[in-house]
Design a protein around this ligand. Structure first.
Ligand code: NAD
Length: 251
C-alpha cells in the first residue's frame, strides 16, 4: 500500500460499489485520486470523503466510458488537476438485464458491450496514447470477472464482455510492454455489493454460495491485497496477468 503514496490514480465508475472502494483504498494510502462516473452528485460526495482520508488530492470528473469524447475530456481534466497519471483502473461495468439469450434485446447486448468492452478499450487506449506521447510508462488495472473465465446462465452478454476484457488485457499488455505500460486484470468472484445483494440473498444465491469452496461471498475488502499488487510496482514484472479472487470458485 505504501507504494501508492503520491501516485496519481484514475478510477472509472467510481460513484459506488467497487470503484468507490478502490478510490477510498488508494486515498488511505496517500495517492492522488481522480474519480470519474456519470453520477456526478455521488462523485462529489465521495471526493469530500477522500480528502479527509489522506489522499494527496481528490478530484471528480464527468465520465461516460462508452463515449470517446467524454473519455478524452475526462483524462484531460484529470491531468490538468493532478498531473500525469500513473495508474488507470477500468472499473465501470454493468450487468445487463439478466435474461435468457433468446429474450435478450439487441439493445441490452449493445449497452453491456458499450460499457464493459468498448469502455475499457477507450479508456486504456486514450491513457496509453498520452503515456507514449509523454515518453512515460503507466499501469492499467482492468476489473474483469470470473464470468469472463467461466459462464453462468442468463447473463450471456456480461460473460462475453468480460471474456473480451480478459483477451483485451493480454493483447494490450503484449503491444505496450516495451513502452513500460503494464496491463493486468483482477477477476473477482461474487462480491457483496449493491449489484448482486438481491441475488446473493435469494435461494439461488444461497445455493451458489455453498458451491464456493470457502463457503461465502467476498467482501470488497477481500480485493484490497490483490488490487494493491496490480496497481503498484509490487507487480513490476507482471503484465497480461488475470488474477482471480474468488474464494476458490474456479478451482
Ligand atoms: P456497481 O454497479 O456498484 O458499480 C458500477 C459503476 O460503474 C457505477 O458507479 C456506475 O455508475 C458506473 N458506470 C456504469 N456505466 C458507466 C459508464 N458508461 N460510464 C461511467 N461509469 C459507468 O457495481 P460493482 O459491483 O461495484 O462493479 C464494479 C466492477 O466490478 C464492474 O466492472 C463489475 O462487472 C465488476 N465485478 C463485480 C463483481 C461483484 O460481485 N460485485 C464481481 C466481478 C466483477
Amino acid at each position: 500500500g505504501a507504494r501508492l503514496r503520491g501516485k496519481r490514480l484514475f478510477v472509472t465508475g467510481a460513484s459506488g460499489g467497487l470503484g468507490a472502494h478502490f478510490a477510498t483504498l488508494a486515498a488511505r494510502h496517500g495517492a492522488a485520486v481522480v474519480v470519474g462516473a456519470r453520477r456526478r452528485a455521488r462523485l462529489d460526495a465521495l471526493v469530500a470523503d477522500l480528502g479527509g482520508l489522506g489522499a494527496a488530492a481528490a478530484v471528480a470528473v464527468d465520465l461516460d466510458v462508452a463515449d470517446e469524447v467524454s473519455v478524452a475530456a475526462a483524462l484531460s481534466a484529470a491531468e490538468d488537476a493532478v498531473g500525469p497519471l500513473d495508474v488507470v483502473v477500468n472499473n465501470a461495468g454493468i450487468g445487463g438485464e439478466g435474461r435468457a439469450a433468446v429474450e435478450t434485446a439487441a439493445s441490452d447486448f449493445d449497452a453491456v458491450m458499450a460499457t464493459n468492452l468498448r469502455g475499457v478499450w477507450l479508456v486504456a487506449t486514450e491513457a496509453a496514447r498520452r503515456w507514449r506521447a509523454a515518453g512515460r510508462g503507466g499501469t492499467i488495472v482492468n476489473i474483469a470477472s470470473i464470468l469472463g473465465l467461466r459462464v453462468a446462465g442468463h447473463v450471456a452478454p456480461y460473460c462475453v464482455s468480460k471474456a473480451g476484457v480478459v483477451q483485451m488485457t493480454k493483447t494490450l499488455a503484449l503491444e505496450w510492454a516495451r513502452h513500460g505500460i503494464r496491463v493486468n486484470a483482477l477477476a473477482p468472484g461474487y462480491i457483496e455489493t449493491d449489484i448482486n445483494a438481491g441475488f446473493l440473498a435469494s435461494e439461488a444465491g444461497q445455493a451458489l454460495l455453498k458451491r464456493i469452496p470457502m463457503r461465502r461471498a467476498g467482501t470488497p475488502d477481500d480485493l484490497d491485497g490483490p488490487f494493491l499488487l496490480l496497481a503498484t510496482d509490487a507487480s513490476a514484472w507482471m503484465t497480461g496477468s488475470v488474477v482471480t479472487v474468488d474464494g476458490g470458485h474456479l478451482v
